[in-house]
Design a protein around this ligand. Sequence first.
Ligand code: IMP
Ligand code: MG
Length: 178
Amino acid sequence: MTEIQIHDKVFVPFIDKARIDVRIAAVAAAINTDYAGKRPLILGILNGSFVFAADLFRNLTIEAEISFVKLASYKGVSSSGNVITAIGLEENLNGRHIIIVEDIIDTGKTLHTFLPDLQLRQPASVAIATFLTKPSALKYDVKAAYCAFEIENKFVVGYGLDYDGLGRNIPELYILKD
Ligand code: IMP
Ligand code: MG
């Protein structure tokens, strides 16, 4: 593995596929235990989560459904500055157990803003499964019940995560070179 260039930046290998696979199996095992008989609805947040969601979902052995939403934010609509709505969320969430799947929780703002919107649909429960968290970047009270990796506060690409549109198809995780 060597360094790669995306746009104007250079990235170096960070977490290889074997380590990713091990952690995803562990997260899936926990969900299999916690959600047996609950038929959870996995709700992937596009675009970044699609790779993690696919691998996680393949590792679930319990009955489970999957759907995806895109979040759109409108600046200045509310006092908090942002309202986030889900595009393409057609499922009836009433009484369902929802597991939100994210690529990364950085400041936590996206999910912090989205969760109240989700609660309006009266799900039985909502939990978050994220591929990555950056604990030192967190600014909002968002807790992931399931997390594959906690990483330092540096920019990463690959495994679904992009740098300005590119890098999502890289199978492993790369980190910005110092
Ligand atoms: P948050 O709302 O601050 O938690 O940011 C979440 C979003 O920021 C993610 O869904 C990503 O699209 C993006 N993001 C944050 N950190 C990174 C990174 O290191 N690489 C790629 N995208 C990132
Ligand atoms: Mg992005």
